[in-house]
Design a protein around this ligand. Structure first.
Ligand code: NAP
Length: 217
């Protein structure tokens, strides 16, 4: 993977589990500076060490302060529970959200999200007003991030949706540098096309297959 050539250098990750952690490893390998965070950053030191010399771990506010781009990868129910300082700090930031609504895990908020006509992108943007929400990485199973990315097989396609052009471009860049294949689907309300339960969700399909299934050019 070529060295990072754009102005995005610093990635702050809120929620450094299966998805946040594996994305951090891939982006660290691609040359980005990765800052992992969660409620228990002391548990993330090993992950930071595995990511490389430019990676570190700390609190959620520190990750946001550090970041050119934030990746938000927490259970949906955790988003409204973020404190007001955190929500304020996210205003104006590009926030790539990976969350999916699962009522059995997230409770009532997931049921609400599933009823949102504009899909998860619109729902999350209402939870975090002022943040420049982009949807990406919600369709890919974490085991595939671990095992299939940068292998010899066909690249996994990643649908992307957002209203913020710079944010969408940032997501495209991160998807490519992580070793995946971006498919820009449209504005934030188009994220519904790749929400949980859709034909492209959790299939790890290629970009071409995603375009076909979603009738994109
Ligand atoms: N697993 C998958 O294959 C997959 C695929 C695509 C999308 N997703 C979606 O992506 C999101 C993350 O999934 P995951 O599987 O990576 O979850 P996970 O492995 O359970 O990791 C969640 C991370 O979020 C942190 N966290 C939880 N509550 C938090 C809070 N209030 N503030 C800050 N950090 C918090 C957790 O650490 P602490 O508990 O230490 O805070 C942990 O680092 C979910 O919405 C999921 O539906 C998952």
């Amino acid at each position: 993977m070529a060295a990072v050539a754009t102005k995005i250098k610093k990635i702050g990750i809120i929620g450094s589990g299966h998805i946040g952690g594996n994305l951090g490893l891939l982006l660290g390998k691609a040359g980005y500076e990765v800052f992992y965070s969660s409620r228990h950053p002391e548990k993330l030191k090993g992950l930071a060490t595995a990511t490389g010399t430019k990676a570190r771990a700390g609190s959620v506010p520190e990750a946001i302060e550090f970041a050119d781009v934030v990746i938000l990868s927490v259970p949906l129910k955790a988003i409204p529970e973020l404190d007001e300082n955190t929500k304020n700090a996210l205003k104006g930031k590009i926030v790539i959200d990976t969350s999916n609504p699962y009522p059995e895990r997230d409770g009532e908020i997931a049921s609400q999200a599933l009823k949102e006509p504009g899909g998860m992108g619109v729902f999350v943007s209402k939870l975090l007003p002022g943040a420049r929400i982009v949807r990406a990485f919600n369709t890919v199973y974490f085991e595939d991030l671990k095992k299939r990315v940068n292998s010899n097989g066909e690249k996994i396609g990643i649908p992307i949706a957002g209203d913020d052009e710079e944010g969408v471009n940032a997501a495209v860049e991160l998807v490519q540098h992580a070793g995946l294949d971006p498919v820009v689907v449209g504005g934030l309300n188009k994220s519904k096309a790749f929400d949980v339960g859709t034909t492209v969700y959790a299939t790890s399909a290629s970009a071409q297959e995603i375009r076909q299934k979603l009738n994109l050019k």
